[in-house]
Design a protein around this ligand. Structure first.
Ligand code: TIU
Length: 220
């Protein structure tokens, strides 16, 4: 079984593609298009929208190489019964009407994944009520059943849902490679800090690299 090596920070990331999942975090219209949750929080969605082509290239690679793919979506039931009142108080747009339907509510157009990254048969769609993809979901069970040990992580936003998920994954024993240009924040200062926070202290939460290094690992 071939082991792949990706040049990464803080050192080479080794993985077996049969024990690796690509986890694409919350590439939903609500975060990547105008009129969604991201904008309702006061952000410009240009950075989150701009990574769609890069995430698509990583997704295409995973599909070609037979790497297990998981797409997550942050959102709530229409009655918001799974949305903590404390979350609603600081993100008051949740559940309100917007141009893409009720904001961050399951089943609405804005809640769904952007068209360019539409999941295909065999890929998991994982709905989550929180920022972390392990919280109140069956993600760990799914990964264990598939024998997954490593995660390649893309998506938005780097410092919020991507980070929370990588931290949760790290504590559960998964080795995570975050694709720097396959993630985005609304503010570039947060992007720089979020990347550094993953790989500092000898890879305290995991590894980071550029998508090009991942593609090169499969060309060797
Ligand atoms: N606000 C923000 O940056 N992000 C979120 O609320 N959710 C995700 O990161 N998906």
């Amino acid at each position: 079984m071939r082991t792949y090596q990706v040049e990464a920070k803080p050192f080479t990331f080794d993985f077996d593609k049969n024990k690796t999942a690509l986890v694409i975090i919350d590439m939903q219209r609500d975060f990547c298009m105008e009129g969604g949750f991201g904008e309702a929080l006061g952000n410009d969605v240009t950075p989150t929208k701009s990574i769609i082509p890069t995430v698509r290239k990583v997704l295409d690679l995973a599909r070609k190489e037979g790497i297990f793919v998981i797409h997550t979506r942050e959102g709530h039931r229409p009655d918001l019964s799974d949305c903590p009142p404390a979350k609603k108080r600081r993100s008051s747009a949740i559940g309100e009407d917007g141009p893409m339907g009720k904001i961050l509510v399951r089943g609405e157009y804005g809640h769904d994944i952007v068209s360019e990254l539409t999941p295909i048969k065999g890929e998991v769609i994982l709905d989550k009520p929180g920022k972390g993809a392990f919280y109140q979901t069956d993600l760990h069970l799914i990964l264990q059943n598939k024998g997954i040990e490593s995660l390649i992580v893309c998506g938005v936003t780097t410092h919020v849902c991507v980070h929370t998920t990588i931290r949760e994954a790290n504590d559960r024993g998964y080795e995570c490679l975050m694709i720097e240009d396959g993630t985005a924040t609304f503010d570039p200062r947060d992007q720089e800090a979020a990347i550094r926070m993953v790989h500092q202290q000898g890879g305290i939460f995991g590894w980071t690299t550029l998508s090009e290094s991942l593609f090169q690992a499969f060309q060797k």
